[in-house]
Design a protein around this ligand. Structure first.
Ligand code: HDE
Length: 724
């Protein structure tokens, strides 16, 4: 077949496929319209054909397509024909591209990697993936926010989901956790209520992806059991700098079953090798505008750059004796077990080293189910966990449209699968042969699979007794003691952020009674703390403390493990410096700065007046990574201001350049600067405020800058800045 002419002429293409009308029959108006349609329809695009060696375009049925630009019509302007099967199939498929988004955790981002156990893990559980030290088990991880819809922004003040699917040789194990070790509620029956209260209000359809509104705080203020959790969600934990810099928790107590069939309780912890790090609220608000995809981009870029994020899996293992002696019920998901009481034992590590090929196929279709456990891992009676074990399977049916979602590659086990389940929507892996039932009298392979009493999953034989009742155990009644323990475990900087978090959120609440009720609850956590919140809200008078179901324990010791600042990294590795440059920036300094930052395992991006770049002192043009305004300092962990005298004079009148500096200062970032940039610092209003978080780079001491960056923030500046 002669290659079709590649042309901008839609008219000539149209004449290939559309029934022809003789020019004589066309009115002048027709010709005019046709010419206009040609101009608009062509849109300047080149119609690309197989002539350049590309694969042949087909329909879903494999039928080769000759024209993908025009629907089938009668005449050039005539009615479209229903027989246009290519058009109908294309639009039909497009109309059905979306599947229901997750009712919670709709916005998320996933990646592939592996898990490998350490020596000794096999003594704790018979689970196959822990048996052979160093042997890799593939994993898929999806991080998420909870409240926002799929298209919401990444830096919501919210809990983050941390869901891991282990494709073990004995089936898929899903550890569906969060980045906060406790939860809002104790019993699964309240889950729809807490989720309704936080998501957009049903009449107006907003607010989106935020808890700062009446419905949420109304519910929370009436649910004392949520107090511990909201201490966490008002803290920096709810504003992670990156998925890479946050912890993960299984939250519930699970069971480890060992080779002898013995059971001990276990709580799971993921600790990031990169150290913990969060952003400030004022920063988060701005990041959401500048880059709503900040977290997903970070993960995508880090893996793409070969800077593979890594977490250590740790476990707190304990027995009934500890459970009985503990001040709280180990089945209560609003409580944690301090690491000082039961240490976290590292049992393996997880590395994420591969981004998805297709977001929809993998990240959107991945179906986590808490009830996916493997031999060696079991449940407890935590009423939240028991409820989840119903919910996740049920939700997958709705989202993925049928019972065969395990046939989708991201959900399919990577071990042999054999059963007599069959048919249903989209059945992809189908049994062969005649036998689809058991028992059967067939022989050999034709028999199909059989149960394995010794190696198969056996539920731990827990002794259970009691009368059927809808009750909440008395052992779940303490709602405030651990909230207080969390508070006193924070550094003063972090405590201030928690106060600010409550003040911000409750200031968005329109009904003053809700604010008062919430402060009344917080009095049970700590009086001074409650007073600070009340003062921030301008509450006319302090309410009496809310009646507590059980008097709080006030002498629980602080736990350093609960603070982010106490668990920061010792390096600046994995972080990013934003360097503001102009024409005339010192080439030598920039080169040594880049070398020092990269030697630390961090990245540097150049931000310049124009994306085309700047000419340095050596006369060379270096391209920029961002134009000022597109690369505000909120997107970086530390900044340097390297403008030349002329460049600084120019930028002193540029609002985005001034914001770059002012924000870096307000967000307590480490700022490297040169004397020549003084005019910009002056214009940004920080020239007189230079403190120990500023590093002068004029003498080329780039190492001092990198060393300062390791502290991530210069928190001593914060009281003076008060960037609420
Ligand atoms: Fe979930 N949760 N959840 N949850 N959850 C879902 O399942 C549910 C809870 C968590 O990246 C849903 O597939 C109930 C605690 C994560 O795909 C749904 C209860 C924790 C993800 C569901 C809880 C979580 C979900 C929605 C109370 C931390 C995202 C879509 C009993 C330990 C997984 C879906 C992903 C998702 C139900 C409480 C973590 C509706 C009923 C506690 C990380 O099934």
């Amino acid at each position: 077949m002669p290659p079709r002419k590649t042309t901008n002429s839609a008219a000539s293409k149209r004449s290939d496929s559309a029934p022809k009308r003789t020019p004589a029959k066309r009115s002048a108006k027709d010709r005019e319209r046709s010419a206009a349609a040609f101009d608009v329809g062509a849109g300047g695009e080149t119609h690309q054909t197989v002539a350049d060696g590309a694969a042949r375009l087909t329909t879903q049925q494999g039928i080769p397509v000759a024209d993908d630009q025009n629907t089938l019509k009668v005449g050039e302007r005539g009615p479209a024909l229903l027989e246009d099967f290519h058009f109908r199939e294309k639009i039909f498929h497009f109309d059905h591209e979306r599947i229901p988004e997750r009712v919670v955790h709709a916005r998320g981002y996933g990646a592939h990697g592996f898990f490998e156990p350490y020596e000794g893990a096999s003594t704790l559980t018979r689970a196959d993936l822990f048996q052979r030290p160093g042997e890799q088990t593939p994993v898929f991880v999806r991080f998420s926010t909870v409240a926002g819809n799929k298209g919401s922004f990444d830096l919501a003040r919210d809990v983050r989901g941390f869901a891991v699917k282990f494709y073990t040789q004995e089936g898929n194990w899903d550890l569906v956790g969060n980045n906060i070790p406790v939860f809002f509620i104790q019993d699964a029956i309240k889950f729809p209520d807490v989720v309704h209260s936080v998501k957009q209000q049903p009449d107006r359809g907003f607010p989106q992806a935020q808890s700062a509104h009446d419905n949420f705080w109304d519910f929370i203020s009436l649910m004392p059991e949520a107090t511990h959790m909201v201490m966490w969600t008002m803290s920096d934990r709810a504003l992670p700098r990156s998925f890479r810099f946050m912890e993960g928790f299984g939250v519930h107590s699970f069971r480890f079953i060992d080779a002898a069939g013995g059971s001990r309780y276990v709580k799971f912890h993921w600790k990031p090798a990169q150290g913990l790090q969060s952003v400030l609220w004022n920063e988060a608000v701005k990041i959401n505008g500048a880059d709503p995809d900040f977290h997903r981009r970070d993960l995508w870029d880090a893996i793409g750059n070969g800077d593979f994020p890594e977490w250590e899996l740790g476990v707190q293992v304990f027995d009934d004796e500890f459970a009985d002696s503990f001040d709280f019920d180990i089945l209560d998901a609003t409580k944690l077990i301090p690491e000082e009481l039961v240490p976290v034992t590292p049992i393996g590590r997880m590395v994420l080293n591969r981004v998805v090929d297709n977001f929809f196929a993998e990240t959107e279709q991945v179906a986590f189910c808490t009830q996916n456990v493997v031999p060696g891992i079991g449940f407890t009676n935590d009423p939240l966990l028991q409820g989840r074990n119903f919910s996740y399977l049920d939700t997958q049916l709705k989202r993925l449209g049928g019972p065969n979602f395990t046939h989708i590659p991201v959900n399919a086990p990577k071990c042999p699968v054999a059963h007599f389940q069959q048919d249903g929507h989209m059945a992809m892996t189908n049994p062969v042969g005649r036998i689809n039932y058991e028992p059967n009298s067939a022989a050999g392979d034709a028999r199909g699979p059989r149960e394995d009493p010794a190696g198969g999953y056996t539920t731990f034989a827990a002794e259970e007794q009691g009368a059927t009742a809808r009750v909440r155990s008395e052992s779940f009644a303490d709602h405030y003691s651990q909230a207080r323990q969390f508070l006193i475990s924070q550094t003063p900087t972090e405590q201030t952020h928690i106060v600010n978090g409550f003040v911000f959120e409750l200031s968005k609440v329109e009904n003053p009674d809700i604010r008062t009720r919430m402060v009344a609850n917080l009095r049970n956590v700590d009086d001074t703390f409650a007073e600070l919140v009340a003062d921030g809200l301008g509450l006319p008078e302090m309410p009496a403390a809310a009646p507590a179901a059980r008097a709080p324990i006030t002498d629980l010791p602080a736990s350093a493990a609960l603070s982010i600042i106490h668990n920061g990294p010792e390096t600046f590795a994995g972080r990013k410096v934003g360097a503001l440059v102009t024409d005339g920036t010192d080439a030598e300094l920039l080169a040594s700065l880049r070398a020092a930052v990269e030697a630390e395992g961090a990245l540097i991006e150049l931000i310049a007046p124009k994306i085309g770049g700047v000419t340095l002192t050596d006369g060379k043009l270096v391209p920029a990574d961002q134009k000022i305004g597109g690369g505000p300092s909120i997107l970086y962990d530390a900044v340097t201001v390297l403008a030349s005298v002329d460049g600084a004079a120019l930028l002193a009148g540029d609002a985005a350049a001034k914001d770059f500096v002012t924000d870096a200062h307000a967000h307590c970032k480490i700022v490297g600067h040169v004397e020549t940039a003084a005019a910009l610092l002056q214009a940004a209003g920080v020239a007189e405020l230079v403190d120990d978080g500023y590093v002068a780079l004029d003498d080329g001491d780039v190492d001092a800058f990198v060393t300062a960056c390791r502290q991530l923030r210069f928190w001593e500046r914060e009281p003076a800045v008060d960037a609420l």
